[in-house]
Design a protein around this ligand. Structure first.
Ligand code: BJ8
Length: 457
């Protein structure tokens, strides 16, 4: 028996993986790396909320229970629609009873395969996503009947053309300028066209009734996430940043209704913790906001490094963070199908992706969030070769410096080769935040003693 065979513990999973056409032997090599990483990143934390266990078990069986559930739905006639971006009008998918999934790759493993076709100097998210498909390593990908791409960055656009050779792919034409009537109209028409494609694929009509229900469901998902995020404004913080990141990462993997329920249960527990003053990090620990490119499973390295250095991540200005849930689809006043679709199109155009030009709302968002979450500093996270987010750093940095918030830029990929260097840079940054926080506290306490002395005199 080979070593890879020994690690298989679930015979049902193996049967399923073969059925969906996975390269099971290589897939074994892929998933055997997950348990030790998961143990080191998540299970070594102390005093975690109990309700996080649902999300733990989801990850621990990431390629088992849920993809099987999706596959069963597919066998019952439902369609599966995969996407790679926050600009994915998932409401139409829910409205027709199809399954929406996010298929962005966050693992290093399939990148070497992707590099046989894609240029090496391409963003790792693009290479990993593509690599998962061409190597038959992802059971979610194997179930997809349709992929949805979008005209965001150049690397993604060209990758989608190649991906379309493997799975039917629909491209949403996202305008690169968001503030004029022409762009708004183009985007509205694109969203409407996508509705037609979903209807065609599923053979089911999007009606006002099922669309309103789908909008309500997706809004409830966004509200549940906002509720969890809101508790992170407390000091001490009731949950670690990496645990919240993982919840975010599952928002488009899990069944939406179940996800809403489980996320609200978690939020309720966190709210009670806040009231009791209970946290995962010490009160007064340096608070970090992460801003930048998305982090998809199992990309946890920046959160892990920050939190192991004694700071706590209090929010993420990211598509695996606030950009996903901040705005709701506002249907008040919508009286026709077109009104509902316009409300959806409008909501999506508020996602301040660096692919837009200009994108001045994003630096404003980062400064606003740093204030709301009382962040002591910002880690600006850029996936290697992402020119959009890398270049936009200049504006975000300027906006933060203007309000006196320190920021460090980290550009990295999915490999572990820069772990040591990242650790050193992040620890130095966190030490600096700790020192400046201590200086502020001692200055404030000196001022208070002087004021008391003056009153006594
Ligand atoms: S809405 S952030 S999910 S495009 S990191 S692939 S931009 S080279 S992921 Fe994104 Fe949609 Fe924008 Fe959000 Fe390209 Fe940059 Fe890679 Fe990126």
């Amino acid at each position: 028996m080979t070593e890879t065979k020994k690690i298989r513990t679930d015979v049902d999973n193996e049967t399923f993986w073969r059925e969906v056409g996975l390269d099971v032997e290589r897939h074994d090599d892929l998933i055997k790396g997950l348990p030790p990483v998961f143990q080191s990143v998540f299970l070594t934390q102390k005093n975690r909320p109990e309700k996080i266990s649902y999300f733990d078990s989801f990850i621990q069986d990431l390629h088992g229970k849920r993809p099987k559930e999706v596959y069963d739905k597919k066998n019952n006639g439902d369609k599966v629609i995969g996407a790679f971006c926050a600009f994915f009008p998932e409401e139409f998918v829910h409205a027709t009873g199809a399954v929406p999934l996010v298929l962005c790759g966050g693992a290093e493993f399939p990148i070497a395969d992707a590099e046989k076709i894609l240029p090496r100097n391409t963003c790792p998210l693009i290479k990993s996503s593509f690599g998962f498909k061409i190597s038959n390593l992802c059971p979610y990908f194997q179930s997809a009947d349709l992929l949805v791409g979008e005209t965001t960055c150049g690397g993604k656009k060209k990758m989608y053309e190649l991906l379309g050779e493997y799975v039917p792919t629909h491209i949403l034409h996202l305008p690169h300028m968001k503030d004029d009537a022409l762009s708004r109209n183009l985007w509205f028409e694109e969203v409407k066209k996508f509705k037609g494609r979903v209807e065609e694929l599923t053979g089911r009509k999007v009606t006002d009734e099922n669309l309103r229900a789908a909008i309500d469901l997706t809004n409830r998902k966004r509200k549940a996430l906002a509720r969890v995020y809101n508790t992170r404004k407390a000091d001490p913080v009731p949950i670690s940043g990496k645990d919240v990141l993982r919840v975010m990462q599952l928002a488009l993997f899990d069944d939406a209704k179940r996800f809403v329920k489980k996320t609200n249960e978690l939020a309720k527990e966190l709210e009670a913790r806040v009231l009791r003053g209970e946290g995962v990090a010490a009160k007064g620990a340096p608070r970090v906001l992460i801003s930048g490119t998305p982090m998809t499973i199992p990309n946890w390295k920046i959160h892990d490094t920050i939190e192991k250095s004694g700071a706590v991540v209090v929010t993420e200005e990211s598509c695996t963070g606030t950009r996903y849930f901040t705005d709701l689809v506002d249907t008040s006043g919508a009286s026709s199908s077109d009104d509902l679709i316009k409300a959806m199109a409008e909501k999506y155009l508020h996602i301040n992706c660096a692919c837009f030009t200009p994108n001045n709302e994003r630096p404003e968002d980062v400064v606003r969030l740093a204030g709301e979450y009382n962040a002591d500093g910002v880690v600006y996270y850029v996936l290697q070769f992402c020119h959009e987010f890398n270049t936009e750093f200049a504006k975000v940095e300027r906006a933060l410096r203007a309000v006196g918030i320190p920021v460090i830029k980290i550009e990295t990929d999915y490999s572990d080769s820069d772990r040591g260097q990242l650790k050193t840079r992040i620890e130095t940054f966190v030490d600096m935040l700790r020192a400046s926080k201590a200086a502020k506290v001692s200055k404030a306490s000196r001022a208070a003693s002087m004021a008391r002395a003056e009153l006594r005199a």
